[in-house]
Write a protein that binds this ligand. Structure first.
Ligand code: ADP
Ligand code: ZN
Length: 771
């Protein structure tokens, strides 16, 4: 009899103990097993061997061992245990993130099952709708598709089984290594090995090399202004670490946004590079994961979940744009990729390089306190100047040019100028959709989501909006934001627009309705739009600059696979003159042809009741201004704002990070916010407000005794700013204190005593967004 501890994917659930019967060889740590959980059978992962139980406890047998060799290396299993603990999540939830796609199904994950069509006939077969759609998908892929990909598209094994029986499709087992770089590839990207580093880069490289050569755990902040050539340093440092026989993990916020970085590393490291991110199909991710697991790669490029990549000789982790909010996972386990990377590196004695022009307050504070090495690149390469930034006060603009202005006279003139010189322009508005509210002029009724406490966003016809998932601060999370109320950009829909096919949509739950011709409440035909988003800006630009070639990048325009890469490539090769978009266009891109960046509403986000609002605004403006003037010609940014005197806007204009930090740190320290204390956010959901509030009060009541030691305080409960979401009412509370462990232990104890709250409570340790 051998007892093992197994993690299963159930929220908040701790390890379960099972017996391995004599008929089954003891599965190693990191192997998958099928185990009974309640009335179900689940795929779990072996986490410990020497499980202890109390005398007389009834222990069930495992059903089946799926792997002889560990699927996950023991280091990754350990890392997941730490993540579960730190973020107050179930160990099974953490392991689920580390597993390759398809690992929970019974078939061996090391083999790829492929399906291809055998006959396509117009035969009068009676097919189920699922079978018909499977055939339609397969007929578009004559070479066949992996079953995992079909599963992702809703085609189950049962459906395929039916088709196989009829001889319409054939299954084959093969290992097919698709190349995700084909899609990511961008024209003309390759490294220039003969390029001389600038003297500043040289000095930074020497410091980084010394840290890497020491072969110890260290964290270094590479604080380099936009265009200072950080990527070049990553490339050389990675080369050095690989040469020394260790592996490199390069983390990027959103890989699809930086195809050129992937292409650049590919051009140097060839097929010793693997790529890991969620935009790959299940099959692609699966292939790449197993190449890493087999030790076939030296370098992995990926988004936050790549921090769990099964590398076993990790020597260097680079976290590019370390301040970026997309490193934080906004669902359980709510881990931060950068922070997990640091923990992982500390266990595997690797160097971590955190790169940014606008470091997070946390990182910069750690560098200032001497915990991290700090390496600074203060100048752009080749003495190119940073873009000059001009502010346009939109209050004055409305007074002088009328209330309907979207693009100020200054910005319009600057765009004209660039178009005439055949230079390129980026236009940022961090809010998608056409307009952000619809209301009746007669009775004042507004279109709000019936499930969430936000107003609906109007979109033009023809967009794809399947399963929209909101991330961070883009867009109309801020639908009720002050800025919307202040701007006078209303115009009468009745007069100007044909509404047929237009939709009003919730950006949280995806609820949508057709915009009616008349008010639903009072039947008056006076519906108006208010607030504008990227679709409106695109339209206005097309009207104002009819000869310009204009593209748009936001979550709506890039839903189709490959659409984003396509528009970015077109812009990179000069087939587009103007690119309009949300914060997606502000991230890391290197477009040398851009000499003008326009920011439509710099204040989107500033009115939010979020202590990080200033930091985010500063980062976004500095980053987007940093997209201008990266080539030979000098760049400029024109920033429209209603609050030209706000410090985050002022200092972003001067691109003065240290001054911003000094100012912000006073506020954070005074208000006792991170990085000076740790926060834990708890959100309780209920069918009614009272239900949620009662439950939250009970949780807080049970937490209170733990505050006696004085290491943390409880704030709340109070209604969450987003009071309703997807039909549920939300109440939140905060724990605030210097020692996370105390807050975690108290929470875990409460959860253990109230198993019924598991599905109603969300815990977020180190929250980035507190809506
Ligand atoms: P960052 O990531 O710091 O914003 P990049 O790494 O994108 O900056 O570099 C900005 C631009 O400068 C890129 O086009 C890059 O190819 C170029 N560059 C980097 N280092 C050098 C160098 N030593 N000499 C010439 N050009 C360089
Ligand atoms: Zn909704």
């Amino acid at each position: 009899m051998a007892l093992i501890s197994v993690a299963v994917p159930v929220p908040f659930l701790d390890l379960l103990t099972y017996n391995v019967p004599d008929s089954i060889d003891l599965p190693p740590i990191g192997a998958r097993v099928r185990v009974p959980v309640g009335t179900r059978t689940m795929t779990g992962c072996v986490v410990r061997h020497d499980a202890l139980i109390e005398e007389g406890t009834d222990v069930k047998d495992i059903g089946e061992a799926l792997d002889r060799e560990p699927l996950l290396p023991a280091t990754i299993v350990d890392l997941c245990r730490w993540v579960a603990d730190y973020y107050v999540a179930g160990i099974g939830d953490a392991l689920a993130v580390a597993m390759p796609p398809g690992a929970r199904t019974k078939t061996s994950a090391f083999r790829q099952r492929k399906v291809a069509i055998v006959t396509i006939g117009g035969s009068p077969l009676t097919l189920t709708p699922k079978q018909a759609s499977a055939l339609a998908i397969l007929s578009a892929a004559p070479a066949g598709l992996p079953t995992s990909e079909l599963r992702d598209r809703g085609i189950t094994a049962a459906v395929l089984g039916g088709l196989v029986k009829r001889g319409l499709v054939a299954l084959s087992d093969e290992r097919d290594e698709r190349d995700p770089f084909e899609r990511a590839a961008m024209a003309g990207v390759s490294a220039d090995a003969t390029r001389e580093l600038t003297s500043e880069q040289r000095r930074a490289a020497d410091e980084l090399f010394a840290l890497a050569d020491a072969g110890e755990f260290r964290v270094a902040l590479l604080h380099g202004v936009t265009g200072s050539g950080k990527t070049e340093l990553y490339l050389r440092l990675a080369g050095r670490v690989c040469q020394a026989g260790r592996q490199v993990l390069l983390m990027v916020p959103e890989i699809a946004l930086t195809p050129s970085v992937a292409a650049l590393f590919r051009s140097v490291f060839g097929d010793r590079v693997a790529i890991q991110h969620s935009a790959l199909s299940g099959g692609e991710r699966h292939d790449q994961w197993h190449r890493i697991r087999r030790g076939e790669v030296d370098l992995v490029i990926g988004t936050r979940s790549a921090v769990f990549a099964p590398l076993d000789r990790l020597g260097l982790v680079i976290v590019d744009e370390e301040h970026d909010g997309s490193y934080k996972q906004e669902e359980t386990p709510r881990y931060h990729g950068r922070d997990v990377a640091i923990l992982r590196a500390s266990r595997e004695r690797a160097l971590v390089v955190l790169g940014s022009a606008t470091p997070s307050m946390e990182t910069y504070q750690n560098a200032a306190a001497g915990k991290y090495a700090r390496i600074t690149l203060g100048k752009r390469v080749l003495d190119r100047p940073l873009a000059g930034v001009r502010l346009v006060n939109m209050r004055t603009e409305y007074a002088e040019a009328g209330p309907d202005v979207v693009i100020s006279r200054d910005l319009a003139a600057a765009i004209d100028d660039r178009l005439a010189r055949r230079e390129q322009v980026l236009v940022l508005l961090n809010r998608r959709g056409y307009s952000t509210a619809v209301f009746c002029r007669q009775c004042g009724d507004t279109f709000e989501c019936p499930n969430c406490s936000v107003s609906l966003t109007v979109h033009r016809a023809g967009g794809h909006h399947e399963g929209a998932k909101n991330t961070n601060h883009e867009d109309t999370k801020n639908a009720n934001h002050e800025e919307t109320k202040n701007t006078k950009d209303k115009f009468s829909l009745r007069d100007h627009r044909d509404l047929r096919g237009w939709r009003a949509r919730c950006h949280y739950c995806n609820y949508s309705i057709m915009v009616p011709k008349a008010c639903r409440k009072c039947a008056a035909p006076y519906l108006e739009h208010a607030g504008f988003g990227t679709e409106r800006i695109e339209e206005t630009l097309r009207e104002r600059f009819p000869r310009a070639r204009i593209g748009r990048v936001d979550r709506d325009s890039v839903r189709r696979k490959g659409a984003l890469t396509k528009v970015l490539s077109m812009f990179a090769t000069g087939e587009l003159d103007v690119l309009v978009g949300t914060q997606m266009i502000a991230k890391g891109h290197d477009f040398p042809g851009v000499t003008l960046v326009g920011v439509i509403s710099a204040d989107v986000g500033l009115g939010l009741a979020d202590f990080r609002a200033s930091e985010r605004t500063f980062q976004l403006l500095t980053q987007v201004a940093g997209r201008a003037g990266r080539g030979e010609r000098t760049g400029e940014a024109v920033v429209q704002t209603l609050y030209p005197e706000h410090y985050s806007i002022q200092l972003a204009c001067r691109q003065d990070y240290p001054a911003f930090f000094e100012r912000e740190v006073v506020y954070r320290r005074g208000m006792r916010y991170p990085p000076f204390v740790a926060l834990v956010n708890g959100v309780v959901r209920g069918r009614t407000f009272d239900e949620a509030m009662q439950l939250a009060r009970e949780i807080v009541r049970r937490l209170e005794p733990a505050t006696a030691a004085g290491t943390f305080a409880i704030l709340g409960p109070a209604p969450a700013p987003l009071g309703r979401l997807r039909g549920e009412h939300r109440v939140q509370f905060f724990l605030k204190g210097a020692r996370r462990a105390d807050m975690r232990n108290a929470l875990m104890q409460v959860v253990a005593g109230m198993p019924e709250i598991r599905r109603r409570l969300t815990i977020d340790v180190d929250p980035l967004s507190v809506l």
